[in-house]
Design a binder for this molecule. Structure first.
Ligand SMILES: [Zn+2]
Length: 172
């Protein structure tokens, strides 16, 4: 297991769609283990593979941040299969330290994907869990919460982010 550096806004891997996983083997297990450790180390409630520089469709979510084993969710090639209603709450992102925003998200989602044993899993989430699923699935589609803000807020934030990225000077 190892903690991996978290890639920051501006790195191409965060802004491009990641590829579906096609091989279930040791490298995938290692990737997932490292993602979980990196998420807990940050600490955060979710992480997507591109955030550690790997352009694959893998996400991990744990609202308990390691306190409750039953809350850890690993999804490979996840998809939103249902969405319902709307909610908007402040979100942050480990790849955009020091920034926050409130994108509009579905109030409830159903997410389907595969686990490490290649078994199909589906989760029905509302509230924070729904937001976390949407946030992480956005990551593997190359989208960050900033991209979902109103044009005015988005442009303002992107100006600041470009400066941060140029100087590689993030508040951590
Ligand atoms: Zn994020």
């Amino acid at each position: 297991m190892s903690l991996r550096p978290i890639v920051k806004w501006g790195e191409p891997v965060l802004h491009e769609a990641s590829k579906p996983v096609s091989e279930w083997g040791v490298p995938l297990q290692t990737l997932v283990t490292d993602m979980i450790e990196t998420m807990y180390g940050a600490p955060g409630i979710g992480l997507a593979a591109p955030q550690i520089g790997v352009a694959l469709r893998v996400i991990v979510v744990d609202l308990s941040v390691g306190e409750d084993k039953d809350q850890l969710i690993t999804l490979i090639n996840p998809e939103l299969v249902e969405r319902e209603g709307e909610q908007s709450h402040e979100e942050g992102c480990l790849s955009i330290p020091g920034f926050g925003g409130s994108p509009v998200r579905p109030a409830r989602v159903v997410v389907r994907g595969l686990d490490l044993e290649r078994k199909e899993r589906s989760y029905d989430g509302t509230g924070l869990l729904a937001r976390a699923f949407c946030h992480e699935i956005d990551h593997i589609d190359g989208l960050l919460f900033v991209d979902r803000l109103s044009p005015l807020k988005r442009d303002l934030m992107k100006r600041k982010l470009r400066k941060k990225a140029r100087a590689n000077d993030w508040d951590e």
